[in-house]
Design a protein around this ligand. Structure first.
Ligand code: ZN
Length: 398
């Protein structure tokens, strides 16, 4: 995000001096130890502008002065400038297997403190509220004295209503219904932002990989559940209520009459999601773990990728990818899946995808596989909290 600060005032009413302040701060963030003189040359700004803005940034606590830069005999030594990474801190909450995890992170993305809590799959709304408060408050209290706390970004699996700020339902937590993040914000006395885990991951990828700012990016998850999210030119596709791209709940086989956990009939998830494959898999492979992280090593060790059950699922999955591709034509398809960590199944999905799409369009698409440890949602879920606050802080005070 720090390399995108020069755009922070775009699409808002702002003055030239606000952009200059953002540019100067960005330069200090990206080039630690830079001097006022070098900022003047690098940004081609007037020395008085730089000196006034730097004074304001120091006064705010966003920037501090370090050691002197000795530059030989000629000229007077200049003071080096550094950003204060702890100026703003926030909390990110995310899910790994059966745990709710939270981290306190600063502007640079350094993790200052962590906390985690085990959750029962049977928990209800009150349990979730209590657990989140227990998880987040101790981290909020660890905010360094000179730092400003900006709020909490949560990334969950499930269906959200963004207007009402509610988690409507989640396949993993069947007893959670219309959980209110507004109420959580009141309990925490903090701003609370919520996104799906995939949106938060994609949001981070868009900021981190510059080339993703151009063209279409499809992020597709095939695991315990199935879902997708898509961005065009750096902007994630949304709908008014918030639910979108329910790839796992689109039917690929019209003869499939199985009732899905969502209540629909014949959804892709009933053919290919881990939750739906588990009964059959555990007959053939007793002790197969339920959650994705434990499942992955078991799957690879026992070569489950070679089983007919997985191949059948992979074929249905490839059809879903092909359909999404034909609708959106993304330049890149990023996959996140324990199943695809098996090279044979990954190759099979791609082969089936190419069979099911027109050869005329194949030159334009690249497949990428995300590592299961990828935790971009930590940064993606909190990015707009940091951005909104920086926008205010980087407006010149009158
Ligand atoms: Zn469904």
């Amino acid at each position: 995000m720090l390399s995108l600060l020069h755009t922070i005032h775009d699409q808002t009413s702002h003055r030239i001096k606000d952009t200059e302040k953002a540019l100067i701060y960005q330069q200090i963030c990206l080039d630690p130890g830079i001097t006022r003189k070098r900022i003047v040359t690098d940004l081609k700004l007037r020395p008085t502008t730089v000196s006034n803005m730097v004074a304001e940034l120091i006064d705010q606590g966003m920037v501090y002065e370090g050691e002197l830069q000795s530059n030989g005999r000629k000229g007077r030594p200049e003071i080096r400038l550094y950003m204060n990474p702890d100026y703003l801190v926030g909390v990110a909450v995310y899910i790994v297997s059966k745990q709710l995890k939270a981290v306190l992170l600063n502007l640079k993305g350094d993790i200052l403190a962590e906390n985690s809590i085990n959750v029962s799959l049977q928990m209800g709304n009150d349990d979730l509220m209590r657990l989140l408060v227990e998880l987040i408050i101790p981290l909020k209290e660890k905010t360094p004295e000179s730092s400003k706390f900006i709020g909490v970004g949560l990334s969950f699996f499930g269906n959200f209503n963004k207007i009402r700020q509610e988690l409507i339902f989640s396949m993993r937590w069947p007893n959670i219904k219309n959980f209110s993040f507004g109420k959580l914000g009141e309990r925490l006395n903090s701003e609370v932002l919520v996104s799906t885990s995939l949106e938060a991951k994609l949001n981070h990828l868009l900021m981190y990989e510059n080339e993703y700012q151009e063209g279409g990016t499809l992020l597709y998850h095939w695991g315990y559940g199935i879902g997708a999210t898509y961005a065009m030119n750096g902007v994630i596709l949304e709908s008014t209520p918030g639910y979108i791209m329910e790839a796992g709940h689109v039917a690929v086989d019209l003869h499939n009459e199985t009732v899905c956990r969502c209540g629909g009939i014949g959804c892709l998830e009933t053919e290919a999601a881990l939750w739906a494959l588990l009964p059959e898999l555990s007959k053939a492979y007793p002790g197969v773990p339920e959650n994705e992280n434990d499942f992955r090593p078991f799957y690879l060790e026992h070569h489950l990728g070679e089983s007919e059950i997985i191949r059948k699922a992979a074929k249905a999955l490839a059809q879903s990818l092909a359909t999404l591709y034909q609708i959106l034509h993304p330049e890149r398809i990023i996959l996140l899946s324990p199943f695809l960590m098996d090279e044979g199944i990954y190759a099979y999905v791609k082969e089936q995808f190419y069979r099911r799409t027109s050869p005329y369009t194949h030159d334009d698409v690249t497949f990428l596989l995300l590592q299961p440890e990828f935790r971009g949602e930590i940064y993606g879920s909190t990015a707009s909290l940091f951005k909104n606050r920086l926008q205010k802080e980087l407006t010149v005070q009158d």
